[in-house]
Design a protein around this ligand. Sequence first.
Ligand SMILES: Cc1ncc(COP(=O)(O)O)c(C=O)c1O
Length: 379
Amino acid sequence: MKDFTLEVHGGHSYDWTGAVSEPIYLSATFRHPGFGQSTGYDYGRVANPTRDALENAIALMEKGERSWAVSSGMAAINLVLILLDPGDHVLLSEDLYGGTVRLANEIYGHYGISFEYLDTTNLDLVRDRMRPNTRMIFVETPSNPMMLISDIETLAGIAHERGALLVVDNTFLSPHFQKPLTLGADIVVHSGTKYLCGHNDVIAGVLVLKDGTSDVAKRIELLVKSEGPNLSSMDAWLMLRSLKTLGIRVERQSQNALELARWLKEQPQVTRVFYPGLPEHPGFALQQKQARGNGGMVSFQVTSSERAKAILGRLRLIAFAESLGGVESLLTYPIAQTHAEMPREMIARTGLDDTLLRLSVGIEDVEDLKEDLFQAMKG
Ligand SMILES: Cc1ncc(COP(=O)(O)O)c(C=O)c1O
């Protein structure tokens, strides 16, 4: 099945009522037919039919064998990092969501796991930094917020040569545009809060595995059952509903983003635009090779920090807010919001500074978005 069709139908199978929309099973527990017998559902933390339908749909979309829907993107990333043991070493993109760095350094760093951040677009550097105890490479591509593009296929090769796993945070593109598991990645994670839910109304996360029978899969199953980070059936249903329009949302967001990126380049207050759909972006060719679209995220720098802050205060239509991926356009100030707690030396290396703004482009009319940015920038 093609992506648009899969997104609408997922793995939906009709029950005896013929319900077209997946039923929401709110039951916390399930009656056993008799001793030693089960309907397949016993207790909601372990399995729920609505959550199962969502996990099935996500696995199909990412072309993985197994998926788990959890209560946030951070809960999904936690399930990945908790696979590590004391003494392990991990390589991560140095430009990535600040919450991932906080979880790694401030929580898992205390258990004797070492995290090394580097430019994962530089494949020779990645090869050079692999150690015998490197268990994992973790990348965001495009990265947050500098929009760097890392080569998933080559990184998978580097990881596998040394028996390590490649994990890709696919939040910025969604499976509609990029399927890292088909390029060799082992695990995909998402902040489902973003494009998968798409309406700024649910906090959710997903994790997808290429191999559903591996030891990693067994470990994650045990962790989910034991720790209970699962997504509620109500939120699972909301994500299922949102997935039906994923393709039309992200295609439109990507179209608007390209137009805005081109327009921003022409504005005198804008000094640099970071968008992988612009031919001058250093990752342009790779992005076109490994993804089917460029996504709805555009970062740009303006002439001064004062101007950046003033723009945020003058917006009328676009909301100055954290998060991304929803139908409503949002403008974020990464240095003070999503990346506020990042170690300063890392921020300096990536070029993220106090003149950088990150725009999550929605599905509004692009002319209205331009008008709002124009009036906010010219003051
Ligand atoms: C790329 C990326 N990964 C993970 C997360 C964490 O997701 P959540 O906020 O759903 O926990 C975010 C949140 O902004 C993100 O931008």
